[in-house]
Write a protein that binds this ligand. Sequence first.
Ligand code: ADP
Ligand code: MG
Length: 595
Amino acid sequence: METILGIDLGTTNSEVAVIRDGQVEVLGEDGEKILPSVVGLDPEGRMLVGTPARNQWVLAPDRTLRSIKRKMGQDVTVRLGDQTFSPQEISAVILRALKERAERQLGHAVRKAVITVPAFFNETQREATREAGELAGLEVVRIINEPTAASLTYEAHPDRLERLLVYDLGGGTFDVSIVQIERDVVEVLASHGDTHLGGDDFDQLLLDRVCDDFAKEHGIDLRQSLAAKSRVLRAVEEAKKRLSDDALTTLDEEFIAEKDGKPLHLRREIARDELEALIEPLLAKTLVCVDQSLSDAQLHARQIDKVILVGGASRTPLVRRLLEERLGQPVHAEVNPDLCVAMGAAIQGGLISGVDVGPVLVDITPHTLGIEAATLVEGVPAFHVFSPIIRRNTPLPASRSEIYGTMVDGQESAGIRVFQGEDHDTRKNQFVGEFLLEGLADVRAGNPIVVRFDLDLDGILKVTAKERATGLEKQLVIDNPVARFRKSNREAASQRLDAAFRAAGMAGAPGLPAPAVEPESAADDLPEHLKNLIRRCEGLIAKAQEVAPKATPDDAEEIHRQVQELLAAIAERSDAKIDKGMATLEDLVFYLQDA
Ligand code: ADP
Ligand code: MG
């Protein structure tokens, strides 16, 4: 079967994918799957494509071209050094780099490709894209729309008609499309966007903020020096990306400028809040386009089966939050938003050449993981608030952090209680572990604590809490919280209970479910006070087992019930419930012993 490449020829970045053994695979090189859509000439006049070209863009704008896609289909030429090229020729340089990458990775020549274009591209622009492919030595077997390609990674052949809203925020362009898909027939019902809005604008806003502050402090505008500007721009883009995962990040650029013969460093923290305040007005514009596309397609938000995120900048958490608010349904980003257009193009290639294409497989977390927090709801403190850190359906491995504040002045320790589940109330979620960060600085309430979750492919969760001001840190590793509470412990628990109740002459008490967790085996990484409590519980349960055989069937049944309750409280690690359960069981045992 002849290989057909799937190519996302993007304004900012491009990627290439293929179907191998029924699975879609993005072809990377040196660990990098993304090729910046930048072409340049180095000082010796040699052609540069991708990262090296991108790196010289600010420094050598006359020898570097980016965003050539905006000019596709126009009757213009562009200058590169002292030569001129058509937009198709520059695009062909990028396509050829992708083709050669694919050939190196596959170990054989490739001739055919499916290339994606924005839904709004007209015939001339599509024709120019086809031409670029041919100049690169590729037979373009089909040109497909980017939102169509993205949809294919989620729904290659649905049995019923499905409608997807595809929100694509790239480096310099934004598109939203409503796509209808039924078996292999895909149709774009509506499409809107802004051809000059994307992640690069976020970088610019952050660059200006950082440079303005630096100028205020040192009287030097870093934007005046190309070398300094280039470094700051790269640093803020990286910082922006980190802020998609972390609540706080640091810029650290040494020797960025000089004053009175002394070097100056650029060093500052940026919080996610600060970035969000800067970009929110831009994201508000994208929501207007979302509304327009829905009204063009004559659909309500609730008639959309799935909302999917595409484009690198859609990883911004505020995008997800605003969209979920506006559309009233969860949004999906399980398939890598940077890569899914290329993947969809490869799937389309597979469908054309008749190879079997399996569904796109991604490892995701099936539950939301977070911690218990207290907040003020209309001035009244609310406890047991579940604060998500890694949301369900996040691809693994995943690392995320959030910032919390202490509740009271002089607070000496912070309890980190980890839960998984989807409820706003931690009491309705599954408890997975806890620890105490002790020895906090003696400061006012609101002392920032950064809580970080690292979840790996095996489901091992590392929870780190760090006092921001001092760096004081403590960690807990939870070995596969999901499996632990699902399988092994359930079985262990029910066996243990069976044994306990057989000993107590109560085996076969019908209809009583085993508690979710067996107390002992899960107790290894518990805080000391809980371990003590559980030890006391076990003593009490043993005592209950002694008295049960002598009790009336009704009382024995009641003991069984109370033991169950207590085990459930232990499973939840709820001090309050354990206390209450113990008191009740204690009373009962006391009463029966005397009876
Ligand atoms: P295009 O479709 O325009 O070629 P991409 O989809 O590759 O572009 O998106 C590139 C943009 O996504 C850049 O502005 C980049 O900084 C941004 N981006 C990439 N990763 C992240 C991230 N983790 N968080 C926020 N923005 C990101
Ligand atoms: Mg794109």
